[in-house]
Design a protein around this ligand. Sequence first.
Ligand code: GLN
Length: 486
Amino acid sequence: MFDHTLPELAALLHGGKASSEEVTRLFLSRIERLDPALNAFITVDAHKALAAARAADARIAAGEAGPLTGIPIAHKDLFCAKGWKTTCASRMLADWVSPYDAHVVERLDRAGAVLVGKTNMDEFAMGSSNENSHFGPVRNPWDTARVPGGSSGGSAAAVAARLVPAATGTDTGGSIRQPASLTGTCGIRPTYGAVSRYGMVAFASSLDQGGAFGKSAEDLALMMNAMGGFDARDSTSVERPAEDYRRDLAKPLAGLRVGLPKEYFTADLAPDVGACVIAAVDELRRLGATTVEVSLPNQALAVPVYYVIAPAEASSNLSRFDGVRYGHRAAQYADLNDMYRRSRAEGFGPEVRRRILVGTYVLSHGYYDAYYLQAQKVRRLIAGDFARAFAACDVIAGPVAPTVAFPIGEKSSDPVQMYLEDLYTIPVNLAGLPGLSVPCGLGAHGLPVGLQLIGDYFDEARMLQVAHQYQLATDWHRKAPPGYGA
Ligand code: GLN
């Protein structure tokens, strides 16, 4: 049962074959048994989870169940959930209990999903390996000596290890797609503005976007149906009618034009990863799609531009953590300025401090035009590249990450190497586009590889259609890490 997709679990629950309480107990016992080796969770609350499960059972009995009612889920620990610790994997917020629910938490709660816990992550979502957590690294269930990717590594590892059927994440530069790729799970980052950021602790506000992990494209569509839609509390939430992200899943791919960016298939891409991605593209062709080469000429500028814009926004967003209003406060200090300094120095880890320093620098007088403004102009060019590409194709396909999961410690001392993990994901965030990752093979050391699909604005339903049709023809998404499957 723990290997089931969301529709399979819903069929058991709503067909009276299992209760939400039974299903929730099963996943809680897997967490208890298997998570000590993975560290995917920061908080697990069996008491709250079982109460929610019983409420879901009552709804099912009353005939009021929706597709997610009774299904256990987990939230990345930067979604505020009322009465739950919301730590952002930082010492700064290690003991902070949220007094309110994020939009995403509220929506999934209303859908009847059962929250079992909050997942580990890179501190304030800064990282690609989950090594930047105050609560210790997350381990990849495919090989516990390796990283699960980041920053939503806890959610990805939890879904991969079948500790929860689905989970939320956020993707500012790749933090859903890259860990999905490295753990053999499915992950979607929707269009900027499609899912409200209300109650999601801010990292880089113009790039941050909530999304989801699951075991299939259909799982992602179901999660999106609950999470998406207009919310007046987020000023960048886009006013569009609610949509059914499942609506096109069954459509065949005949006539679909798949764009292959030539800048994505170069020597930067490990050959084992490239081979899996190319095989997946061949499968799309067999399913009736045609392929066309497209070009994203400013691709090489995306990582440098991101590492100006994201730290700039982070330095501003994180200024609220001053030891006064909430979060960690130093025990000893000489005066007010010293209290700020010590509280922030003690509360933030090294990567967060690095980003704040870089961000403050690029925004400072005399550098603003040279760095920040320049980066914004190049960002516009990158968005223009995608607009031209989408004139020639319906969906773009390519790799997610340049390599399979790497060993813990391998890149942690070299920030630039770590930043290059997001080579193929960051352009999507800069343009505000939707992207997803679905498993498409096993590369070096038998480790999972993801296929990235990038859609035009608000074209999630088509991306999900392509992913679903691919999954009807292949079974890479069914592969569990050795020892964690049914
Ligand atoms: N790895 C990137 C970073 O460190 C992206 C993180 C994210 O998407 N949250 O900033």
